[in-house]
Design a protein around this ligand. Structure first.
Ligand code: SAH
Length: 414
């Protein structure tokens, strides 16, 4: 057994290495919280995991049941043969005698052993870790795991917030496209993955409604292509956008297509995915917080509420309310979903309100228009359904604005 006093004399107590545990046997002795966490970690890394303990946590039992090929459960006390074939052993029982016995047996087999109870008495230690894309951060702070976790957390949040620049230096081996939902506008409302991909990108193709504040933090080498999408002014047509993301990816660049809200909610994300697939370009979609729910939320309006609204519909107003070919189903919309959320609906609001009322939605239904939700310029106009269009005009609201119609709007007044 390695009892390590070396750290005192200035020699480090270990060297960090990355173990490829995929398809290799890792033995975990113990079935409690720590053993479960370790078994989960190794299973997630593709290892074969043998767990030896008289009692196993519910999670271990469930995991072993759902992926039996990865697990070998031995529901009893440890015995020496349990280490047969192991590349690595973790002992995490609450019995120091058993842990010591396991460590000694592992040592005799020249197999590294992690001791959960006394880290320095094992021949290997598991660092505090953070994985983010291709990055693996591993921190050890001697025998102070909480300090290690704290430093790991600081590094992880600096990476995620972009204050540690981590744009890959090495060119990508093959280009790719990520359709990233940027959320409603507040730069904090993008997902962690979306922000990471954004900071790793070589090219960012952005919409007007995307959270542009995030672009200021990008490195000057990043090519930013602005589609300047607005209702009345298209700098790039959709075909041009499809073509630019595909061409940049085919040239070997990491492309992020940054979009407002969620890429698949009135975002034409499906068309961009199709263009990538057709060109053989690897594409992933990172969902975003859609303004359909975020804008009401920013005004204090829940789109569903127990006893008030059990369903909601999200509707595009970017079509003529007077034309049957536009696909409106007025009888359904008027009396169907309790809450209606209208996107791109300011220009057509008069006609939409009129049709809804004509088909049975009461004119006094509470309604609200939320302009530039989650941004400092956010404005909210409230009125009954019958009066909202006029109130919006008086207030001078323009796009982007989300309209909510339904009894839930009254909850936002509380
Ligand atoms: N994919 C986007 C929607 C794109 S359609 C999403 O999921 O949110 C564009 C419409 O979204 C705008 O006309 C407006 O109705 C709405 N919108 C987007 N961001 C908004 C914001 N911050 N405040 C109010 N409305 C917004």
């Amino acid at each position: 057994m390695v009892c390590n006093d070396d750290a005192v004399s200035g020699v480090p107590a270990g060297l960090p290495v990355l173990l490829d545990v995929a398809d290799r046997l890792v033995v975990v002795v113990g079935g409690g919280t720590v053993a479960t966490r370790r078994a989960r970690m190794f299973a997630d890394a593709g290892a074969q995991v043998r767990i030896v303990a008289p009692e196993l946590s519910l999670e271990l039992l469930e995991r072993a049941e759902s992926t039996p090929a990865l697990f070998d459960l031995r529901v009893r006390r440890y015995s020496p043969g349990d280490l047969d074939g192991a590349w690595l052993v973790v002992t995490a029982t609450d019995d120091a005698g058993v842990n010591a016995e396991v460590a000694t047996a592992a040592e005799a087999r020249q197999c590294f052993c992690v001791r959960a109870d006394v880290a320095s008495a094992g021949s290997a230690r598991i660092p505090a870790m953070h994985m983010s894309g291709e990055l693996i951060i591993s921190v050890n702070a001697g025998d102070d795991p909480r300090r290690a976790a704290e430093l790991r957390n600081l590094i992880a949040s600096a990476l995620e917030l972009g204050s540690l620049a981590t744009r890959p230096i090495r060119a990508a081996t093959t280009g790719s496209v990520a359709l990233v939902g940027g959320g409603p506008g507040d730069p904090e409302l993008i997902t962690v993955r979306g922000r990471r991909l954004l900071f790793e990108a070589d090219v960012v193709v952005t919409d007007r409604l995307a959270p542009r504040a995030l672009l200021d933090a990008l490195s000057p080498e990043v090519e930013i292509i602005d589609c300047g999408k607005s209702a009345h002014r298209h700098n790039l047509t959709q075909d041009e956008i499809n073509s630019v993301i595909v061409q940049r990816a085919l040239a070997g660049r990491r492309v992020v297509r940054l979009k407002g809200g969620d890429p698949f909610v009135f975002g034409r994300g499906g068309e961009e995915v199709a263009a990538c697939v057709a060109a053989g370009v690897a594409v992933q979609v990172v969902p975003g917080i859609t303004s359909a729910t975020a804008a009401p939320a920013a005004a204090g309006i829940p789109v569903t509420h127990r006893g008030v609204a059990a369903d909601f519909a999200v509707v595009s107003g970017h079509r003529d309310p007077g034309r049957a070919e536009a696909g409106w189903n007025w009888p359904e919309l008027a009396v169907g979903p309790a809450t209606l959320v209208l996107l791109m609906g300011l220009d057509t609001l008069d006609g939409i309100a009129e049709e809804l009322i004509r088909h049975g939605r009461p004119a006094h239904t509470p309604a609200a228009a939320i302009h530039r939700a989650t941004l400092p310029e956010q404005r909210v106009v409230r009125a009954s359904l019958g009066e909202l269009a006029a109130a919006v005009r008086r207030a001078g609201l323009a796009a982007p604005t989300v309209v909510v119609i339904g009894e839930v709007v009254a909850l936002g007044d509380r």
